[in-house]
Each structure stands twice: as structure tokens, then as C-alpha cells.
Design a protein around this ligand. Sequence first.
Ligand code: GFR
Length: 306
Amino acid sequence: MEKSKVLVVGGTGFIGRRIVKASLAQGHRTFVLTRPEMGMNVDKLQLLLSFKAQGAVLVEASMDDHQSLVAAVRQANVVVSAMAGSQLLQQLKLLEAIKEAGNIQRFLPSEFGMDPARMGDALAPGRVTFDDKMVIRKAIEEANIPHTYVSANCFAAKFAANLSQIGTLFPPKEKVGVYGDGNVKVVFMDEDDAATYIIKSIDDPRTLNKTIYLRPPENILSQNELIAKWEKLSGKVLEKIPIPSNEFLASMEGADLMHQIVVGHIHHIFYEGCLTNFDIGDDEEASQLYPEVQYTRMDVYMERYL
Ligand code: GFR
């Protein structure tokens, strides 16, 4: 059987660029949408040129030009969207193009975090991202578009390296804030591994019309376990500052919008345990589907920060 052809939308973003690389690495003919909305972002342009040099085909289209999107979609069998959180609803336009093109065998909308279907009671203002993702899911299902939803949990660059401290990407040097008792289980993912699993799932009949959770067993860790791994690596013991739930939530008051969003998300993940407080049931777990993937453990991931 011929390998599916993949169109990546949002291919220059944090996760999208890794999806492009994984698609090329797994031998798929890979198309990357280039949008005039990019404007003068020269870093994005140069990244696109590097994809082209690696064999990807750049396809020009605009979210505001339906026919250009239809033409782009017609070149592929699979569409993977990694559009940014602020652009999620623009995927409705992409979906219109997929409907008209009629050739798409699988659509993966931009998700790649918590499972939005489980976030119906999420806190404002952070809940907008889950609400938008559910709008897209509803439109996909109403149009009977074959799909796969990927819940990729916590990307390590944003949640492991910083020991989940807000507002920094570096490991803390002296003190670390601990959410509650620090024992709630969270799932951390190497971003490149996430992209590898995402591309593996695109033409797998077992993932058709399902949610696939990236939950490799050795990366299911509590914040305390994550901190202990870093302490062992760095040879330095950190001072632990416990943050009670009510105190943490109170820090939202009067804070800027971005901070309120982050606090809400962290509360769901580290106090409520929204990534691990359910069984996967009839859906699928990636490391079980693809045991051949040697996923990155968090101690190995964090070595680069030493
Ligand atoms: C841990 O510190 C931060 C984390 C930070 O200082 C700034 C941003 C982040 C987070 C965002 C918090 O709102 O990076 C991703 C985002 C949290 C988020 C996680 C949003 C939606 C999700 O589905 C998700 O799944 C784990």
C-alpha cells in the first residue's frame, strides 16, 4: 500500500514543525501550507525553506481563499492541523475545504494537550481553548469526516524542564513551588516523540474516529517525582514551597489574562489530576499501539538543561 500523503497546517509552530519532521522521517510525501498571514516572520519563512530542502512541498494558500485551500487539500490524503490556540476556529474554513475536496481519509485537528471533551467544567478564561476545540470536533463529526483526536498531555519544554513553575522555561535553582501535596499524577511528553506518535496514528485503522492518548507509563509522574529526578541529575536538593489549592486559585484575582489562563490550566492538571483521573476505555494509548517507539524518559530529557 502506498504511504499516505500528509498536508500539515501550522507547520512552523512549536508542535507543527515537529509533525513536519516526523512525517518526512516516516517517509510520507509531506505538504506544508504556507500562508500569506505569515507576513514578515522571517524565522518561519526560513524554517519552511529548510523543510523544502528536506523534501517537503510548500503549498501556498490562505485561510481567506477557499479555492486555494481546496487545491491544497486535494494534494493529500491526510490533513494534520497544528494551528495556534488563537486560530483554532479558523479550522472551520479548513473543514469546508476538506468537505469540498472530498478526498481526505483522515483529519487530525489541532488539539495536543488535555482532552477537551473532559474539560466541560474548566475555569474561565482558560476554558476557551477547550470550547473552541469542541466546536471543531462537532463540525468534524457532523460532516462525517474521518478523524483522530490526539491528547498529547504536557510538553516537556513547558512543564518538565521548569519543574512546572510558571513564567520560566529553566529549572529553578534554589526553591520550587509544589502544587498541593505534589503527588497528583501528570503525563510529560518529549515533543519529538509526540510528533512521532501523531504521524504513526494517521493511517492506522485502530485510531480511526478515536481519541489517542499519549501516556507512556514511565512518563506518568507526580510533580514530586519529577523534582526528585532533577535533584538526582543536578546533585542539588531544592527547597520545596507547598502551594495550597485555594491560595493558588486566589492568585488569579487581578492578574493579567495570560496568567489567569495558566493558573486555571495548572490547577486542572496538578490539583484536579485531569490528565490521569480517567481510564482510556474504548480509545487508545500510543505507547501500547506503537511499542517500537523508544520514548524519552524525563531524566534523559532534562539532562540537556544541566
Ligand atoms: C508551566 O508554566 C507555563 C505553562 C507557563 O509559564 C506558560 C504557559 C504554560 C502552558 C500553557 C498554560 O496555559 O503551556 C501550555 C498551556 C497549558 C495548556 C496545557 C493548555 C491547553 C492544554 O490542553 C494543555 O494540556 C496539557
